[in-house]
Design a protein around this ligand. Structure first.
Ligand SMILES: [Zn+2]
Length: 106
């Protein structure tokens, strides 16, 4: 039997006592794709593009290659107990409570 623990408070999540909640976060660059343009530009020219890409990849050092291929996309997954799920939903980005919302009279 699989045992899960909460990724926030590290407490084991007993399925008999509580529900395990899964949080999935996807981070990716919001690039607007224009499919029509892409397909038309690729007509007949695809192989040239691939050759260029191959040259580029060969010239890049392994480390540079990793950076080159890394477009910032991340997929994260967390298991949360019920208490942490509620905390997470109240403050998903972990920001500090913003007290400056109430203006002072200084
Ligand atoms: Zn927890």
């Amino acid at each position: 039997m699989l045992h899960y623990s909460c990724d926030l408070c590290q407490r084991p999540i007993d399925p008999q006592l509580g529900i395990r909640h899964v949080v999935k976060i996807s981070v990716f660059p919001a690039v607007e794709t224009h499919d029509d343009e892409f397909t038309s530009c690729c007509e007949g020219a695809c192989e040239d593009h691939l050759d260029d890409m191959q040259d580029l990849l060969e010239r890049l050092e392994e480390q540079d290659l990793a950076a080159f291929l890394d477009d910032g996309t991340r997929s994260l997954r967390f298991d949360l107990c019920d208490a942490c799920r509620q905390r997470f939903l109240r403050n998903p980005l972990g920001t500090k409570p913003n007290k400056s919302l109430t203006f002072s009279d200084n």
